[in-house]
Design a protein around this ligand. Structure first.
Ligand SMILES: [Zn+2]
Length: 510
């Protein structure tokens, strides 16, 4: 039943009008409030924490940041204050880690690569927090491993925020030495100048270190936001894209902020003697950094690099980042790969220029096979090195024709390997770095490894071979692959049984 309140029917005309005006006023107020709320909701959607990294991607690849896989990768916030004269760095780090295994963990492990004997640095942790609460920590393996105990088990899909403060002292080494870390020939090389999360594998945390003759880094792809302060007299070379640069008040220091896309690591180099030339390749800002006096070969390195980039992304997969750098560093006559960077030694620019093109075609191949598709370089060094080495033929085929690639195959891979066979020194490709010696490492891991990919290409044909590589890249981009993963992709895509081929080249020796 619905009754009118008492007296409603006996109301005077004027009080009725007043009541109506008051009601209309209240309704209008409510409508305005509702409208305001709706507008406010529309103006302020929940902020996307991944939006900031778009600045590091080419427009065609920003969608990569929306994939569920990329959204559970680690995210680092690094702050560096570098004193070039003293070769020291004050650092702070915040890293968000999402556990992705069914097996819960009670400890988090990070790698302190600068403490490796052949890096020669000294990294000291001064303070650690877990989810904002002070945490204990201890070191292992000559201080190259940092362990943070958790007061709770971290299960699948759960996230933890790690905070670290640390100091870092880099060594100084004379010219002519292979210097991967520290100061030499005016370049302060600071790759991996931060505690890096170890990788949690089906076998637990991967904590092995490599050998000086091989690569040591094994990491997940991650997104980086880095703020670095250094003297204005220096030029910085870094992974990722510069967001802003501002002078630090009342000093000759500048602070720069960078972001990266999903990359394997953040590398950083400083020198007062760096210069660069820059050109754009379809939306990629491609720079070649060279030291004073090396302009001619610095410019040539940029020309080679841009041609290689175009060919590789056509053959292997789209290069998603909007920056790429070729950098002269004090690593003698060798090359070395980093995310968004291929570095070549000073001697390559000054007296081994004939090797520049090949070395660059190798180091740039690592943007696909190492940076985008990662693998455990200590346990299966051949997977990225053999494939990267053979990937150089994609460039040489295109620029000079297949005869040039045949020459490379014969002289770089077949002849040295046949020599080892004659000496009775042939060994299996699929072994960890520690199983090799300096006498056979490159010939087996790079050379015999490359010959496996050559044999695969010969068996399946050119078009199918590149379809295999493209599928492998697509499936494991920003992830980690194993040799079995590669074999599975090759078998599925080609529809052929490749076990004999794999057995012959990868699992056996003469
Ligand atoms: Zn390599």
């Amino acid at each position: 039943m619905n009754r009118l309140p008492k007296g409603a029917s006996g109301m005077s005309k004027s009080s009725y009008r007043k009541m109506m005006i008051r009601t209309a006023f209240a309704v209008s107020l409510a409508l305005i409030a509702l409208l305001f709320l709706l507008t406010a909701c529309r103006a302020k959607p929940p902020a996307d924490p991944f939006a900031i990294y778009r600045a590091a991607m080419r427009p065609q690849a920003v969608g990569d940041l929306d994939s569920p896989h990329v959204r559970q990768l680690p995210r680092y916030w690094l702050t560096y204050t570098v004193n070039y004269g003293q070769r020291s760095l004050q650092g702070s780090e915040r890293v968000l880690y999402t556990h992705h295994s069914e097996t819960p963990v009670r400890d988090i492990y990070l790698r302190l690569y600068p403490n490796l004997s052949y890096y020669g640095g000294k990294m000291e942790i001064t303070n650690a927090t877990i989810n904002g609460t002070l945490s204990n920590f201890d070191y292992g393996s000559d201080r190259t491993i940092l362990r943070l105990p958790l007061s709770f088990p971290l299960g699948k899909g759960q996230q933890v925020a790690i905070g670290l403060h640390y100091t870092l002292q880099a060594p100084e080494k004379p010219a002519g030495h292979y210097v991967i870390f520290g100061l030499s020939q005016s370049v302060l090389s600071l790759p991996l100048a931060y505690p890096l999360l170890a990788v949690y594998t089906p076998g637990g945390w991967a904590l092995n270190s490599g050998l000086p003759m091989g690569d040591t880094l094994f990491s997940e792809s991650a997104l980086y936001h880095v703020s670095a302060a250094y003297s204005q007299t220096l030029t910085a070379v870094h992974a990722g894209t510069l967001l802003h640069r501002q002078p630090v008040t009342s000093s000759s220091t500048v602070r720069e902020t960078y972001v990266t896309g999903p990359v394997r690591e953040f590398a950083f180099f400083l020198s007062p003697n760096y210069h660069f030339e820059e050109k754009n390749v379809d939306g990629v800002r491609f720079r070649s950094y060279y030291l004073t006096g090396d302009k001619t070969n610095g410019v040539i390195a940029g020309e080679y690099g841009r041609a290689i980039l175009r060919i590789y992304q056509h053959r292997f997969g789209f290069y998603p980042y909007n920056v790429m750098n070729v950098v002269e560093t004090p690593i003698t006559f060798r090359g070395m790969e980093y995310a968004n960077m291929a570095t070549l030694g000073v001697q390559v620019y000054r007296n081994r220029h004939d090797s520049q093109e090949f070395l660059l075609s190798h180091e740039m191949g690592h943007q696909w096979w190492y940076n985008m598709v990662g693998n455990d370089q200590v346990t299966y060094p051949w997977l990225d090195e053999g494939l990267t080495e053979y990937s150089t033929t994609a460039y040489f085929d295109t620029i000079y024709g297949p005869q040039r690639s045949e020459q490379i195959k014969k002289w770089r891979w077949e002849k040295p390997w046949q020599y080892l066979v004659q000496q009775g020194l042939d060994t299996t490709v699929n072994q960890p770095e520690g199983a090799f010696t300096p006498a056979n490492y490159e010939t087996i891991v790079y050379g015999k490894g490359a010959l496996f990919f050559a044999a695969l290409r010969h068996k399946v044909g050119d078009a199918m071979y590149y379809r295999i590589l493209h599928t492998y890249w697509q499936r494991y981009k920003y992830g980690i692959a194993t040799p079995v993963d590669f074999l599975d992709v090759a078998t599925q895509v080609s529809g052929l049984d490749l076990h004999d081929l794999y057995q012959k080249w990868i699992l056996s020796h003469s």
